[in-house]
Design a protein around this ligand. Sequence first.
Ligand SMILES: *Cc1c(COP(=O)(O)O)cnc(C)c1O
Length: 407
Amino acid sequence: MSGMKFPIYMDNHATTPLDARGFEEMLPCFKEDFGNAASRFHLLGWRAEEKVEKARARIASLIGSAENEIIFTSGATESNNLAIKGVAWKYRERGNHIITCVTEHKSVLDTCRVLEKQGFEVTYLPVDSKGLLNLDQVRSSIRGNTILISLMAANNEIGVLHPIGEIGKIAKHAGVIFHTDATQALAEIAIHVEEMGIDLMSFSAHKMYGPKGVGGLYVRRHNPRIKLMPLLDGGGHEYGLRSGTLNVPGIVGFGKACEIVCAERTEEAKRLLSLRERLRKGLMNGLTEVYVNGDLEKRLPNNLNMSFAYIEAESLLMGVRDEIALSSGAACMSALVEPSYVLKALGVPERLAHTSVRFSLGRFNTEEEVDYVIRRMVDEVRRLRDASPIYEMVKQETGPPVPPHPH
Ligand SMILES: *Cc1c(COP(=O)(O)O)cnc(C)c1O
């Protein structure tokens, strides 16, 4: 008997389901424990504050920071804005140059674009055909007026990992502040801010089985102390860096999510890698002319980004939409027909970029689901190809493989 539920969810880079253990801890905060964590003079305030501080400690322990180095925000978009604008505005007299990369999340790239309009200079480092950075290029792009390097830990489309520890060393050596967007990395990859020389780090609960609308920013306090200009003015919550009443239920769910990741990550990453490889091999054995985008080794264990030549990713995803939840390119770009800027940066030809599908596996996926997805995708790609006049033409031109025929 199959225990599968439909649609099978393989879009965990867009958002992850909330783990029931986190949900259980959140519930009282919606009911009897509804207090404002900033209320100083009664039990409900103290109880809320206690829950917030417990969550802060769990998050700090996951990334190897001190508790007072964690700032709660509404998510990684806000954390990226606070880190990058916060440094840029605070250190403006020291310099106006920022280094980032063309494959960063929109919340980093668009923030940098805004800063360019304000007189900052931004270097957008390229990546190679596998999506990897050249560390010599990182080094040589640092100038006397560079104040910030912002490079992500794991890419949200192709899952490619940047060598964060190496970049941390380069930044430290040059005396430049180093920010990393670790939103996609934290659930599967061990990140230690001290060991890796990270000064600022963004993360988000809903990408690691916590609730939506809550995230965090790690801000280094010693060697050196990083200062930020806040985005919001008000009550001075979160050490003056993020005013506004704290989202106590969200923070509690986030804290529990971090505790679970801490306990289960090593085993879970192995399980996800074996599911991902099963999926990749199944698709590659079942179909010709499929290509993996991005480096296969330096990659999140749960990511597979693949081009299926001669079909449109949109048609493929529409064909299976009742059974499988997937993304083509970047989720936030899905409303546009533009192929993904990340795939473009890798030099994936436009005709192939249009055929790309992102599979992102998660905690609740099973082997049975992976096998179903392989079968269903193989069938659907074959069906679409058989209906495609272009595929028909190419097949006739190349024909079936012919043995060499000497004349
Ligand atoms: C999802 C995501 C974000 C944005 O996070 P929100 O919490 O949804 O604002 C930022 N960076 C990366 C790499 C992401 O995957």
